[in-house]
Ligand binder design. Structure first.
Ligand code: GP9
Ligand code: MN
Length: 418
């Protein structure tokens, strides 16, 4: 009957700072919003090289004129890209197993496209795959998207596709005419595809050589990441030519990891580390996140943040108040509160001071183990595990979010009245 919503509402009010407002509130009022989801792009490629070649020259340049979040984590599970979409649109956690896009596509939500509709926004997704993949067609309709430009909106042939389908360069090229034709302001997500496992790319499209290790997957990852980076550069050119660039804020983010822990040997070689520890494994879950706002200069922000933060952040930039909303993220531009943390879907978490994973509590900055299984090793107060109180909140938060999704609890919550 939704009585739990009262408790959840209390938690959200007390533990998250979704109501806090940064100096950037409203700076992007009425601007178009473009979100680019970069398939499988992880942060370790940013400002890094392979065989002496820059991997992401365009992103590296763009970071200099954007807000760049260097400690931003993906929080996806089995729903992969669709989990990332769910996080972005709802600031709720995806499910511990299965894909919420499949299992709970009929729930009531309070997603970005719905909220922005009230501000006159037109919402679309661009993605050159079958519309029913991840049950997107159903969930998008539920979430208030006005149009989904899917496989059938694109001209796809053997020449312009590889691996999973249409290559990213023709994808952006063919998308632009649609983007120019839709009503403004718009909220539009572009989902790339070329940098998808197993990272196949024709020689003509590869600008850099693969890495050389015993992992074919990791080796091939770099040329496809570079291809996607080039496609993004092209897209920016086109946005500038079309005049849309000046009227849009552009958010770019990696959707989830591309290289699993199966490839840790090769990864440790690439990163020049003796081994990939559980701590490193968590740090490898960072994905790039950039917010480009015309007229704003670049700034690299170290605050710990994640995909759960995108919705409240974006709404604040657009100057949309949503005081009664139930979200588990915070405005990424507000000052870090002491208990700020990002929960990964498997229960690991990252706070400003600690990283907790596999029953171990680490110092976030040094990677030093502070406590194992609740026993303090070198924590400040003997007997205390500094991760313990945060762990409780992380678990609580994940379970509250799950209750909302499993119980379809928004049916019982009035976003306007309370
Ligand atoms: C498929 C694309 C890739 O449409 O989103 O899916 P993924 O395997 O990354 O979830
Ligand atoms: Mn994906």
């Amino acid at each position: 009957d939704g009585t739990e919503m009262t408790e959840i509402r209390e938690y959200v009010k007390n533990h998250q700072s979704s109501k806090e407002v940064s100096d950037l509130f409203g700076v992007a009022e009425d601007k178009n919003v473009i979100i680019v989801s970069l398939e499988s792009v992880q942060s370790f490629v940013i400002n890094n090289t392979v065989n002496g070649e820059e991997i992401t020259p365009f992103l590296n340049e763009l970071i200099e004129e954007s807000y760049y979040f260097e400690n931003f984590y993906h929080q996806t599970e089995q729903g992969k890209t669709s989990d990332h979409e769910f996080l972005v649109d709802n600031s709720l956690y995806p499910l511990p197993r299965g894909a919420v896009y499949f299992t709970h596509s009929q729930n009531e939500y309070n997603p970005l496209p719905e909220l922005l509709k009230g501000q006159g926004y037109y919402s679309t997704v661009f993605h050159a795959n079958n519309k029913s993949f991840w049950n997107r067609d159903v969930m998008y309709e539920n979430n208030g998207y006005d149009h989904f430009y899917e496989e059938e909106a694109y001209e796809i042939n053997d020449d312009n596709s590889v691996g999973w389908g249409l290559k990213d360069k023709p994808f952006f090229e063919q998308s632009l005419k649609y983007l120019q034709s839709i009503p403004q302001p718009f909220y539009s997500r572009f989902i790339t595809l070329t940098n998808h496992y197993p990272f196949n790319l024709g020689e003509d499209d590869a600008s850099i050589e693969p890495y050389d290790s015993n992992s074919k997957t990791l080796n091939q990852y770099f040329p496809t990441v570079r291809y996607t980076d080039e496609a993004l550069a092209l897209f920016f050119e086109q946005l500038k030519e079309s005049g849309l660039y000046e009227d849009s804020i552009i958010l770019i983010m990696g959707d989830h990891y591309g290289i699993s822990d199966f490839h840790n040997n090769a990864m440790s070689e690439f990163l020049d580390k003796e081994e990939i520890t559980p701590y490193d494994q968590v740090q490898l879950q960072r994905v790039p996140f950039l917010i480009h706002i015309p007229g704003h200069s670049g700034e690299t922000i170290s605050k710990v943040s994640g995909q759960i933060d995108v919705k409240p952040t974006l709404l604040n930039l657009l100057g949309v108040k949503n005081d009664k909303d139930i979200v588990f993220g915070t405005d990424i531009f507000t000052d870090t509160s002491k208990d700020n943390f990002i929960a990964l879907r498997n229960g690991s978490f990252i706070s400003e001071n600690y990283i907790y994973t596999k029953n171990q509590c680490y110092d976030r900055l040094t990677g030093e183990v502070l406590a194992i299984d609740g026993n303090a090793l070198q924590s400040p107060k003997a007997g205390d595990n500094p991760c313990e109180p945060i762990k409780e909140n992380a678990e609580k938060e994940l379970s509250y979010s799950d209750k909302i999704v499993y119980g379809d609890l928004f049916r019982f919550y009035d976003f306007d009245e309370k």
